[in-house]
Design a protein around this ligand. Structure first.
Ligand code: BGC
Length: 252
């Protein structure tokens, strides 16, 4: 039985994808990246994804295709647009992609896909109970995995802390915007993770997003009861998670 699938990770600035083996969690192709079209309009993004998928050649024909995206995704419909074009709100994205690409698609929130990737193949492999994956980027994404099963669309980046949307203070973009060194940013992260820890008492926190490769600069500054570890799949977590979900029975 073939375990090949394609995973595509759509972000505000780039769209990444690869052909993967969902049995082993290995990338079978190079990881390909194209710029997200200006404005992030759904049709333009879809055209870019179509081109990217075609680039994988005949090996990728007909294999399950998973797509992750930075929005609440309910039954294939994108229901929010925190850092992307508002035209995605209420769009039946999965059906639109299926019609254009002529194949079954599994559409999922980006942090949820990354959490599934880390749960199956990375930092949370074998951890029971509640694992909370957070991605620190333009926004803050979150994924809940309970005994390895995804509880989707948790959106903890939008937890209100000190009267503001948490991601507006603690995301990596907020660090850049406010020109914060590691320590003052870590103080914001401390406030954020302490609150999440208090509310959910997880077994493990995983921290992803591009900045997680610098985890030594900020994770040791945090004081939490819960172990907090960097993602191990880095930029491939979303690709792998989306592909894995698509390859499940009834997944795409
Ligand atoms: C969005 C989430 C997304 C996260 C990371 C947030 O602003 O609301 O849906 O997972 O950013 O991209």
């Amino acid at each position: 039985m073939s375990t090949l699938a394609v995973g595509i990770d759509i972000g505000g600035t780039g769209i990444k994808g690869a052909l993967v083996d969902v049995g082993t969690g290995e990338l079978v192709s190079e990881r390909v990246k194209v710029a997200t079209p200006d404005g992030g309009d759904p049709d333009a993004v879809l055209a870019a994804v179509a081109e990217l998928v075609a680039g994988f050649g005949p090996d990728a024909d007909g294999v399950p295709l998973g797509v992750c995206f930075p929005a609440i995704v309910r039954r294939g419909r994108t229901m929010s647009a925190a850092n992307v074009s508002r035209r995605w709100i209420g769009l039946d994205a999965e059906a639109l992609f299926e019609q254009t690409l002529h194949r079954g698609i599994h559409f999922v929130n980006d942090a949820d896909a990354a959490g599934v990737g880390e749960s199956r193949f990375g930092a949370a492999r074998g951890t029971d109970g509640l694992v909370i994956m957070t991605t620190l980027g333009t926004g803050i994404g979150s994924a809940f995995l309970y005994d390895g099963v995804l509880v989707p669309n948790t959106e903890l980046g939008h937890l209100e802390i000190d009267g503001v949307d948490a991601e507006s203070r603690a995301s990596y973009a907020a660090k850049e915007r406010d020109e914060l060194d590691w320590a003052p940013w870590a103080a914001r992260l401390q406030r954020y993770y302490s609150r999440v820890e208090f509310l959910f008492s997880p077994e493990l926190f995983i921290v992803g997003g591009g900045v997680s490769k610098h985890y030594e600069e900020f994770l040791p500054l945090l004081e939490l009861e819960t172990p907090i570890v960097p993602a191990v799949l880095r930029n491939n977590a979303g690709i792998l998670g989306a592909a894995w979900l698509a390859a499940q029975p009834g997944g795409s």
